[in-house]
Design a protein. Structure first.
Length: 253
């Protein structure tokens, strides 16, 4: 699938829901300033080449299989897998990282990014932290709810993108980052004052030469809001578009 634009470079998007791609992700990217071609990578397809690709967007979807971080970890009964997408995204993320391409991970995308680079996940937030199932599973793409605040590390790239050390976000997930990949760092958290739990909501590459950011919420559903939440969501896509235009980091180990 190719959606035409005005640039010779292409953005590769891993996305299973083509309707969401066209209704949510592409408009958010265009609002953010990306005018280039958009290519789709989908589960069950061969892993595409990244030659001529400006960057990688990893979108939302079903759960990552625990075998990618611990073959001995049993499946949680609430887990709903997308093994074919795992098989597509793990090598794709590692190759994008090797090439130092800009990467933006959204919801499942932040989880896949973390696991592909050596991290692990919480399979079920309510089961691990004892919080209500609705705390992190509220609203829809069509009717997003501003579900809860996140604290953002003030010295992070993410803070610059969302406009400060706090942000209000929507929330539709039950997995989350647990052990952060060695080459990444946690930069945003939801802290529940009721029981003291802390859920990682954002990660990024600490190397300032690399534009690699993952968020647990769905900014593509928030860019149309005429408030600080909408501006923060748009800031993510604007920063990603600038990174795509600038090209891969160099030099990177």
């Amino acid at each position: 699938m190719i959606l035409p634009g005005g640039d010779v470079s292409s953005l590769l998007i891993s996305c299973e829901d083509k309707c969401a791609l066209e209704s949510d992700y592409v408009p958010a990217l265009r609002l953010g300033g990306w005018t280039g071609e958009i290519l789709l990578a989908s589960a069950g397809w061969p892993v595409p080449s990244l030659e001529g690709v400006a960057g990688l967007l990893l979108t939302g979807g079903w759960d990552v299989h625990p075998r990618w971080w611990d073959p001995q970890e049993p499946l949680h009964p609430r887990t709903r897998l997308d093994a074919a997408r795992d098989d597509l995204e793990m090598p794709l993320i590692r190759e994008a990282w090797r090439r130092a391409l800009p990467i933006l991970g959204i919801c499942r995308g932040v989880q896949a990014l973390n696991v592909a680079l050596g991290g692990s996940l919480v399979q079920d937030i309510p089961g691990r932290f004892g919080v209500p199932a609705t705390l992190h599973r509220r609203g829809t793409a069509e009717q997003p709810e501003e579900a809860h605040p996140v604290a953002v590390a003030p010295d992070s790239r993410l803070a610059g993108l969302v406009g400060g050390a706090t942000a209000t976000v929507n929330s539709r997930h039950h997995q989350a980052v647990l052990r952060v990949a060695p080459c990444l760092r946690a930069v945003a958290w939801h802290r529940d004052p009721g029981n003291g739990s802390e859920v990682v909501e954002g990660i990024e590459a600490p190397d300032p030469r690399r534009w690699v950011v993952g968020v647990q919420w769905h900014p593509e559903n928030l860019v149309g809001l005429d408030n600080r939440t909408g501006k923060a969501a748009l800031g993510l896509f604007q920063g990603f578009a600038r990174a795509l235009a600038a090209g891969p980091a160099s030099p990177c180990p």
